[in-house]
Every structure is written in structure tokens, then in C-alpha cells.
Design a protein around this ligand. Structure first.
Ligand code: 5GP
Length: 192
């Protein structure tokens, strides 16, 4: 059996990546890697579904046990990918999706050169800010911090294999599926 793909997706917060991925995950064969984080849950977020919400001490413990494939600090909190789940699911042939920020993605690029890197970009920074305000889950201060972070992240888009601009949602979903389909047909992944 072919090993599943490792699909690394980054997008500045407010790009609509959550909506794209929830559509993608309706298809069979994918496994969404649930990250660990030290940030507080937002309203409606469920432990073990959106994230594993853990303390800073527990996070550091997992790092010291080599339990994280990668981790990074983002806006003052730790975020990391549990290693074992990713390896287990890929060996079962599942295509694993990591939804992580740029620093973490660049670490995965060094560790897993066969991974597929997709950057989801907003049509513009102004549109991103508008979407973040509309979502209404963050204070003005956090929004300003996230917009500044987004500008930095967008400058790394060229380090990814694919850039999908999320203007119209249906187009972005179709683009994502096209990338995965093409990646599966690559000669270097083929058993032919
Ligand atoms: P949020 O607080 O909006 O849920 O996530 C903030 C940022 O952290 C997003 O860019 C998200 O993709 C990223 N992130 C989530 N989980 C991980 C992870 O396991 N590792 C890294 N490096 N970034 C993550």
C-alpha cells in the first residue's frame, strides 16, 4: 500500500482555510491532524477536536519526549503537531493534513521532503482584516497582531509548492482537490 500524503497547509488567520478544509475533509481518505496548543479555547472549540488544549508545562514535557513532529510559537502561544498520529495514519494510507503556520511548515519541509506544501492566501490584506473583524472572535489588539503576522506569512508564500488564492470558495476547494489529485499521480510516488 502507498503511504498517505502529508499535506501541509498554511494560511494567515482569517483566510477561510477552515472552511476550505472542512469541505475537503468530507471526502474519504483524509486525516486531519489535531494539534496541541497552549492557547485558550475559543467559544465553540472542543478539546480533542479542534486542538488538544494543554498547559505550557505539558507542552514542554511532550517536546522533551520527542512527541512533536514540529512546534512553533505564534502570538505568544505554543502550537505543535503530535508525531505518532501523523506517522500511524500515513502508514495506513491516509492523507494527513497539517494546518500549521509558516515556521512549523518550514521545519516539516526539512524533516519530510516528500510532503506537499500549500499556501492559502487572501485576495488582499485589507480583505483579510475585514474577514477577521466580521468573525468577531478577537479583540482589536489581537486582530492588529494577526494582520501584522499575516503580512509576514504572505511573504513566505513562494516557499510553498502551491498557492491557492481564496477569492471564491468553490474555486479554492476545486484548486485544493486538483493539487492533491496531481500529487498522487506524480511518477516519483507511483508504484507503476
Ligand atoms: P489559531 O490560534 O488561529 O487556531 O492558530 C494560529 C496559527 O497557528 C494558525 O496559523 C495555525 O495554522 C497555526 N497552528 C495550528 N496548529 C499548529 C501546529 O501544530 N504547529 C504549528 N507550527 N502551527 C500551528
Amino acid at each position: 500500500m502507498n503511504k498517505g500524503l502529508l499535506i501541509v497547509v498554511s494560511a494567515p488567520s482569517g483566510c477561510g482555510k477552515g472552511t476550505i478544509l472542512s469541505e475537503i475533509l468530507k471526502e474519504d481518505g483524509y486525516y486531519y491532524s489535531v494539534s496541541a496548543t497552549t492557547r485558550n479555547p475559543r467559544e465553540g472549540e472542543v478539546d480533542g477536536v479542534n486542538y488538544h488544549f494543554i498547559s505550557k508545562e505539558e507542552f514542554q514535557q511532550r517536546i522533551s519526549e520527542n512527541g512533536m513532529l514540529e512546534y512553533a510559537q505564534y502570538c505568544g502561544n505554543y502550537y505543535g503537531t503530535p508525531k505518532k498520529e501523523v506517522d500511524d495514519m500515513r502508514s495506513k494510507g491516509r492523507d494527513v493534513i497539517l494546518e500549521i503556520e509558516v515556521q512549523g511548515a518550514m521545519k516539516v519541509k526539512k524533516l519530510c521532503p516528500d510532503a506537499v506544501f500549500i499556501f492559502i492566501a487572501p485576495p488582499s490584506v485589507a480583505e483579510l482584516e475585514r474577514r477577521l473583524r466580521k468573525r468577531g472572535t478577537e479583540t482589536d489588539e489581537v486582530i492588529a497582531q494577526r494582520v501584522a503576522e499575516a503580512e509576514g506569512e504572505i511573504s513566505h508564500a513562494c516557499e510553498y509548492d502551491y498557492v491557492i488564492v481564496n477569492g471564491a470558495l468553490e474555486d479554492a476547494i476545486e484548486d485544493f482537490k486538483t493539487v492533491v489529485r496531481a500529487e498522487k499521480l506524480r511518477a516519483d510516488r507511483s508504484e507503476y
